[in-house]
Design a protein. Structure first.
Length: 320
């Protein structure tokens, strides 16, 4: 075996069978094939990192913090798309219900205008005779019979409007899942019951309708004072909630007038104005949803409500 030195750091050792080992710095080569020299402190370094829970690749952690993983981004996009579909569907049914409510108010006003000046005893006698033979009525547009019960166009409009609000509440609950959104659902159910009893018992119909209107007003108050919105659409959310609150407040006042069967042309016009406010509110609601979708804005801000069962409801709860 022979040893020689090449320079100040390279050492070459030649052993039997022509094997030549060269050590240069932190590398060692056998017959010219280099390989890194193991560090005597490597195991100690790894053990220290392990005990301190230090990532051996700190740059990977920095990259994670600076740019979220692709799956998180896709999950947020999927969540926003789901919220968009539920929101626009809920707003569409709210618009449908408002349109039918407006239609009912137009029929009420037309009825008052047509029958202005006719003595009450003539009206009552004519109605009794008409109901007895189940004939079509000028004011109510008879459609068909269900057993011994006749169904009118007015009743069908009332039913469709209430059913639309039921679907609106159900979609809102599916979208957010808070207890506050159940108010709209319950209000619509009472409206359905009121429509179904329209030609059975007028007093029960008025009571059920009054409960429904009060629940709608409670929903409007809750949304107006508990919604937390920021950004460019803050004014439009505030406007739509305020218009809806005004409409439901007037509806509550009119429900007490209906209870005493005191209805005339001025009150019919007020009812039409109330239903117009409902319609305007629904148009603003659906307009804001379309605007947010077109500009790729998050639906989180439109869903943020302070709920008793949940301190704060947001669209990103599933990701937190």
């Amino acid at each position: 075996m022979t040893a020689s030195t090449k320079g100040s750091e390279d050492t070459t050792i030649t052993i039997a069978n022509g094997i030549e080992i060269t050590m240069a710095g932190n590398s060692i080569s056998v017959n010219g094939k280099a390989s890194p020299m193991p560090s005597p402190f490597k195991d100690e370094e790894n053990s220290v990192r392990s005990s301190l829970d230090i990532d051996s690749e700190p740059n990977k952690t920095d990259a994670w913090e600076e740019s979220p993983p692709e799956n998180i981004r896709k999950e947020k996009e999927r969540m926003n798309t789901r919220l968009w579909r539920l929101t626009i569907s809920s707003n569409v049914f709210f618009l449908i219900g408002s349109v039918f409510y407006f239609w009912i108010s137009v029929l009420d006003l037309r009825w008052e205008l047509v029958n202005e000046g006719i003595p009450p005893w003539v009206m009552e006698a004519d109605d009794v005779y008409t109901w007895y033979y189940y004939a079509p009525q000028v004011e109510d547009d008879f459609v068909f019979n269900v057993g011994t019960t006749w169904v009118s166009k007015y009743q069908m409009l009332f039913f469709v409007a209430a059913f639309s609000f039921v679907i609106t509440g159900a979609l809102a609950m599916a979208r957010v899942g808070g207890c506050l959104d159940s108010i709209m659902l319950v209000a619509g159910i009472f409206g359905l019951a009121s429509a179904m009893t329209l030609h059975h018992d007028e007093r029960i119909t008025l009571i059920l309708n009054s409960i429904s209107v009060h629940l709608f007003c409670l929903e409007a108050i809750t949304v107006f004072f508990r919604r937390r919105v920021s950004g460019s659409l803050k004014f439009w959310f505030w406007l739509s909630d305020g218009v809806f609150l005004l409409a439901t407040t007037l509806g509550v006042a009119l429900s007490y007038v209906y209870a005493f069967n005191k209805f005339n042309i001025p009150l019919a016009r007020l009812s039409l104005f109330t239903s117009t406010l409902w319609l305007v509110s629904s148009v603003i609601f659906i307009g804001t949803a379309i605007h947010m979708r077109r500009h790729d804005e998050s639906f989180e801000e439109s869903l943020e409500l302070e709920c008793p069962c949940k301190k704060q409801i947001t669209a990103t709860n599933e990701l937190e």
